[in-house]
Design a protein around this ligand. Structure first.
Ligand code: ATP
Ligand code: FE
Length: 337
């Protein structure tokens, strides 16, 4: 079974093919066009993003198929992101995917963007729910308990900035460049992680929330007082990684989970991967190229929906700019029963 996945939620046009084998899903191709038009504006321009998706998507499909070694009519399923993201950008991939499924007469699955990030590691052997999933990306820091395929409980999330956003902002204020994650990580190699003392965020909390705005402010003050950028990078990275790892480990113990999937752009961070390796939990990470936005992860989300026996999505379903994967627990003090 060959599944095409499409993600056009933001400024990357991603198409990928996954083959569903009896053992586990395997990524056959993953092509991503990362838009460059936004660089001069210092942020993503929604209308430009939509137009770029429209211009690129037709040329990327043949490449995704060729890389996978299949023809168009070999596709058995089409999956596309329906939200959250930029409305115009989402619509390009969603409508393209629906049209393709109609033309090929194959089932269509609409995927939540965060399901894509969560299942980006799903080609790893023996990775089946229940497990915790920590999504750490440019817009999200969300910890889910994946109780069964397609079933999610939100355990905790950031109160303010997302982890990736904090990496980007600290890199910018220290003049380390963009994107901030890789820049901080590279500078940290040459810095002293103990040079700048950061107070651990939300120390002593009983819940499983995250907060990064305090670290960002502390980084700005330290920089103004003359901290070296590489020391700042190393110290900030250490504090951010510890916060992510400590809270996730506490949640794993509270919920009795032994496996954690760490995904999203920040999951590419070497220090974060090393720290999770020391926890005693089984930590799974997406393979290279599957951390940041891509189409293969949406195909993997489609594979999970198929395996869970979910019905295909109706073709009259729309896109949604804001849509939670799981509702926030009514009681902020998360119930671990
Ligand atoms: P979302 O999925 O929440 O809408 P997004 O898709 O824009 O956000 P991703 O593409 O998953 O986010 O990740 C981008 C983020 O990952 C950026 O903030 C970037 O700085 C961060 N990032 C990338 N590489 C690293 C790294 N090595 N260390 C830390 N952060 C990193
Ligand atoms: Fe993303």
């Amino acid at each position: 079974t060959f599944i095409l996945g499409i993600d056009t939620s933001c400024d990357d046009t991603g198409l990928g093919v996954v083959e569903l084998t009896p053992v586990r899903p395997q990524v056959r191709s993953n092509v991503v066009w990362s838009q460059t038009v936004h660089a001069e504006y210092g942020g993503v321009m929604p209308e430009l993003a939509s137009r770029e998706h429209v211009e690129r998507i037709d040329t990327l499909l043949p490449r995704a198929l060729a890389d996978a070694g299949i023809a168009l009519h070999d596709l058995d399923v089409v999956a596309a992101t329906s939200g959250p993201g930029l409305m115009g950008a989402l619509l390009v991939g969603l409508m393209y995917g629906k049209g393709l499924s109609q033309a090929l007469n194959v089932p269509f699955y609409a995927a939540h963007h965060l399901e894509g990030h969560i299942y980006a590691a799903a080609s790893e052997e023996g990775l089946t729910p229940p497990y915790l999933a920590l999504v750490v990306s440019g817009g999200h820091t969300h910890l889910f308990d994946v109780t069964a395929p397609g079933e999610y409980r939100l355990v905790g999330a950031t109160r303010d900035d997302a982890a990736g956003e904090a990496f980007d902002k600290v890199a910018r204020l220290a003049g380390l460049g963009y994107p901030g994650g890789p820049a901080i990580s590279a500078a940290a190699e040459r810095g002293d992680p103990l040079a700048v003392p950061f107070k651990p965020p939300l120390q002593g909390q009983e819940g499983f929330e995250f907060s990064f705005s305090g670290l960002k402010t502390a980084a700005l003050l330290a920089f103004q007082r003359g901290a070296r950028p590489e020391d700042l990078a190393a110290s900030f990275q250490r504090a951010a990684v510890r916060s992510l790892v400590d809270t996730t480990v506490r949640a794993a113990h509270a919920l009795g989970r032994e496996t954690v999937v760490v995904s999203g752009g920040v999951a590419a961070n070497r220090a974060l991967r090393d720290a999770f390796g020391q926890t005693g939990l089984r930590a799974a990470f997406p393979a290279g190229g599957l951390n940041t936005d891509n189409g293969a992860m949406i195909a993997l989300a489609g594979a999970a929906a198929l395996q869970a026996g979910q019905a295909p999505s109706p073709l009259d379903g729309g896109a949604a700019a804001y849509v939670p994967l799981a509702p926030l627990p009514a009681n902020p003090q998360f119930d671990t029963s």
